[in-house]
Design a protein around this ligand. Structure first.
Ligand SMILES: NC(=O)c1ccc[n+]([C@@H]2O[C@H](COP(=O)([O-])OP(=O)(O)OC[C@H]3O[C@@H](n4cnc5c(N)ncnc54)[C@H](O)[C@@H]3O)[C@@H](O)[C@H]2O)c1
Length: 315
């Protein structure tokens, strides 16, 4: 029997790459998304499998997940652009915490769901030097990380209560096609593609672990196939960190042209961690997954792929 999977947030940046991957691996993909930041065309499903629902609407979420009757649910719908969450803390908490409760309660009562994946984030970790593994104490620095840590706890309680195997994936910094939020790499991509060779950027020193969305999607697919029971947490990152300057150097290599940088004070974040690096040993040991995309290959594809219009609050 073909496995049916439902992806919340499947019209977004990571969810769309995940949907494509799961579809290619033979699953029947359904998407639940309110299109607040996502785009219908990115969800790789026919209209009858696209469910335009706000996860804050508890009754609609219950009804819709029961109707779709998926075996696996991957919960990615959230708001996560940190400046937006800081400016809208109540909305961030409502979507990321209450929305997660609604989705997981609907999974508990649907009767069909036998596995759940919940997207978390590296932002649940405190400031740390060196690579962090899943045993590292948590200590989010911002409202976004706080809401996602709460979602992790809700997922763990859901697993205890229902016995449904639950995987929590702590995503590090995604990059790839179809970015929906004005993060660093799409910002550089857009400036370069607009012809700028003097880039206007914020903090230059922080280092981040950038992982291509295609590698993330394969990691999630491998986790679903891993046969895990109980509640398990996995970092999903590349295991290499790059500073902003090093990302700009990747663009220079791919373009074959020099770039220079002006610091734009308006873009400088007041609270900023200097490092965020994943220890992905557990993911590799337990699934055999290995990343495939280098930063240069990913950047090269960003120079030609179609650019999305920013949506929602970023438009
Ligand atoms: N992009 C990253 O680098 C990154 C890093 C760490 C964690 N994450 C997590 O990964 C997940 C996906 O992020 P993304 O980068 O693809 O972002 P995204 O904004 O592209 O995707 C989120 C999707 O959720 C949908 N959504 C938002 N609010 C909703 C609501 N109330 N009801 C229904 N749908 C709603 C949006 O329309 C969008 O399609 C999120 O849970 C995010 O917290 C992302």
């Amino acid at each position: 029997m073909v496995e049916r999977v439902l992806i919340t947030g499947g019209a977004g940046f990571i969810g769309s790459a995940l949907g494509e991957h799961l579809k290619a691996s033979g699953k029947e993909v359904w998407v639940l998304d309110d299109l607040s930041f996502g785009t219908r065309a990115l969800a790789p499903v026919p209209d009858e499998r696209f469910l335009r629902i706000d996860i804050r609407n508890r009754a609609a979420v219950q009804r819709t997940i029961a109707m779709a009757a998926p075996q696996q649910v991957l919960h990615l719908a959230a708001i996560h652009f940190i400046p937006y969450c800081n400016a809208h803390p109540v909305e961030a908490a409502d979507i990321n915490i209450n929305g997660t409760i609604n989705v997981l309660d609907a999974c508990a009562t649907a009767g069909s769901v036998n596995q759940v994946f919940v997207a978390s984030t590296a932002a649940v970790y405190p400031i740390a030097e060196g690579a962090v593994n899943e045993e590292h104490p948590t200590g989010p620095l911002d409202i976004y990380g706080i809401t996602k840590l709460a979602a992790e706890r809700i997922a763990s309680e859901f697993c205890l209560r229902t016995g449904i195997p639950t995987i929590i994936g702590r995503f590090f910094n995604a990059f790839g096609p179809n970015e929906t939020n004005p993060h660093l790499i799409p910002e550089i991509q857009r400036q370069v593609r607009a012809g700028r060779r003097v880039l206007s950027l914020g903090n230059l020193e922080p280092k981040r672990d950038f992982i291509h969305t295609s590698d993330m999607a394969r990691a999630m697919g491998a986790l679903l196939d891993g046969g895990f029971s109980g509640c398990e947490v996995f970092n999903i990152g590349r295991g290499i960190e790059y500073s902003v300057l090093e990302v700009v150097q990747a663009f220079e290599r791919v373009l074959g042209e020099p770039l220079s940088i002006e610091v734009d004070e308006a873009r400088v974040r007041k609270v900023e961690r200097m490092h965020l690096l994943a220890d992905v040993g557990k993911l590799k040991r337990r699934t055999g997954w290995e990343p495939r995309w280098s930063i240069d290959e990913g950047v090269a594809s960003l120079l030609t792929e179609p650019l999305l219009e920013w949506k929602g609050a970023h438009a």
